[in-house]
Design a protein around this ligand. Structure first.
Ligand code: NAD
Ligand code: 6OD
Length: 503
């Protein structure tokens, strides 16, 4: 997968330079060079990391055809138990190659190694193991019915794969979010064509080696690299050989994909953007609320779809809470991934940094009080060309400001006071998005009331990003269409068929 071209190696050796590695597509069990290539740069310092294959229509078509052939080949003939064994082997393979996945993910994203070690890579393996267990244990329906002749009939349901699934992925948690779709899709007997983000091609490519080593038949797992419009993303989602599309990314992109899927009336599962609120009541466990809110604002440099960008704090503790957030933000260490003291890495790219900094400027122009941050940090010489921004806390703006309404996807939050439960519910709900919320209170009746009233797919109480993969995951309003997780993933990745037998 991380193949260095022989000629390039020779040339580089002559020039005493190291050639950039090349990231290939993975089609029908083989690594395939691109029709074109694009550069992948490091978020840490903008250095060239790799050149990446870009798929045109023909390569996407080859991947879809390989996936279709595999459905009809040995993969389609496997029993559930055989598939489960292969998926266990994939999970084991990720764990065996843990350090390779860790290095690839960190190189692509610049995120702290400690974060990838504890979250991204273990979840990459767990996504195969958990959904293998689930498909093994999921019950089916059975009904007896009476018939006029007295003999009766029985009905039972069976799950059949939907076919070739197109998987379109974002860059923020690349392996975690890709395998979150691929794990259940394969568990249900489908084949996949994955289009990783152009920013993070490496772990999806590396997974091909694990699939081959585990004995997964060629064509079951395919990867095509490239961009969205007029590139691999569009070619895949408009390909009529794709039976269902699962997507994670921005709401605007999700809407474009939904339109593409309408051609052929193909099902979509869309996990999209958010503008998530934390709601902090005065009776909360203060230290836990601070720790959780700091994590939800700054983990992964604020690039988590579930992350908090609006913090509503009950007025009696407002000043104290803002002071504690400021203290936490100012003690967040920015630095290289391998340093165990690093709490925050860079944003994913210069382009995304430009977007986040434009909101920092907009907040200042709107008259926000900058409690901390609001700009670009001083980094060491080797990191100063990276996509770094300061962790930032604002107050002094209201719900109507762009800072409170639009997804920024950076390490920043607007903190606002509130006085009453009904008021905060109304204000939190007055937003186009509805992905997640975190409610901090020791009053469990109130927690239950507020969780019910907030228009989101996921409500955490006294916690954040605490995940049980059996639970429904997805967004309300413009944050998503459909649910995955547990049996809900099985619903999306299978056609449920009823068999009625007249006795
Ligand atoms: P993005 O929408 O820009 O890109 C996501 C993927 O879609 C990429 O692979 C991209 O190449 C592809 N793409 C873009 N245009 C396309 C098109 N027209 N047709 C087909 N494919 C296309 O999102 P991003 O910037 O990679 O990720 C950040 C966004 O993802 C944020 O909005 C964040 O909230 C969201 N996100 C949501 C969840 C969730 O679970 N709800 C999880 C992670 C990220
Ligand atoms: O934990 C998950 O399964 C999941 N889909 C997390 C999404 C995080 C968004 O950035």
């Amino acid at each position: 997968m991380l193949i260095t071209e022989p000629q390039a190696t020779a040339r580089a050796a002559q020039a005493t330079q190291i050639a950039p590695k090349s990231i290939h597509h993975f089609i029908n069990g083989q690594y395939v060079p691109g029709e074109r290539w694009f550069d992948k740069r490091s978020p840490l310092n903008n250095a060239l990391v790799a050149r990446v294959a870009e798929a045109g229509r023909e390569q996407v078509d080859a991947a879809v055809r390989a996936a279709r052939a595999a459905l009809k080949g040995p993969w389609g003939g496997l029993s559930v138990a055989q598939r489960v064994d292969l998926l266990y082997a994939v999970a084991d393979g990720i764990n065996r190659r843990f350090d390779d996945f860790l290095a690839a993910e960190v190189e692509d994203t610049g995120k702290p190694m400690s974060l990838a070690r504890h979250v991204d890579i273990p979840r990459g393996a767990a996504n195969f193991k958990v959904f293998a267990d689930m498909i093994k244990n999921v019950p089916t329906e059975f009904f007896e019915m009476a018939t006029p002749d007295g003999q009766g009939a029985i009905n039972y349901s069976m799950r059949r794969p939907v076919g070739v699934v197109g998987v379109i992925c974002p860059w923020n948690l690349p392996l975690l979010l890709m395998t979150w779709k691929v794990g259940p899709a394969l568990a249900c007997g489908n084949t996949v064509v994955v289009k990783p983000s152009e920013e993070t091609p490496q772990t999806a490519a590396l997974l091909g080696e694990v699939m081959n080593a585990a004995g997964v038949p060629p064509g079951v797992y395919n990867v095509v690299h490239g961009f969205g419009p007029d590139s691999a993303g569009e070619f895949l989602t408009t390909h009529r050989g794709v039976n269902a599309i699962t997507f994670t990314g921005e709401t605007r992109t999700g809407a474009a994909i939904m339109k593409a899927a309408a051609d052929g009336a193909r099902p979509v599962s869309l996990e999209m953007g958010g503008k998530n609120a934390a709601i902090v009541f005065a009776d909360c466990d203060f230290e836990a609320a601070i720790e959780g809110t700091l994590r939800s604002c700054f983990a992964n440099c604020g690039q988590v779809c579930l992350g908090t960008e609006r913090v509503y704090v009950e007025r009696p503790i407002f000043e104290r809470f803002v002071a504690a957030l400021k203290h936490g933000a100012e003690h967040m260490q920015l630095g290289p991934p391998e340093d165990p003291a690093t709490g925050m890495g860079p944003l994913i790219s210069q382009e995304h940094r430009g977007k986040v900094l434009s909101y920092y400027q907009k907040a200042a122009a709107l008259g926000a009080t900058v409690i901390t941050g609001g700009g670009v940090p001083d980094m060491s010489a080797e990191l100063q060309d990276g996509a770094w921004v300061q962790p930032t806390i604002w107050t002094g703006l209201g719900d109507e400001s762009a800072i409170a309404r639009e997804e920024i996807f950076g390490p920043c939050a607007l903190v606002m006071p509130f006085d009453r439960e009904d008021e905060v519910i109304r204000r939190v709900n007055d937003n186009a998005y509805g992905l997640a919320t975190a409610i901090w209170t020791t009053n469990l009746s109130r927690a239950h009331r507020v969780a019910a009233a907030i228009e989101v797919g996921i409500a955490w109480v006294n916690s954040w990003f605490l995940r049980d993969l059996r639970t429904p995951f997805g967004g309300a309003k413009q944050s998503g269409i459909g649910r995955e997780g547990g049996v809900h993933s099985l619903e999306f990745y299978t056609e449920l068929k009823n068999v009625c037998i007249k006795l």
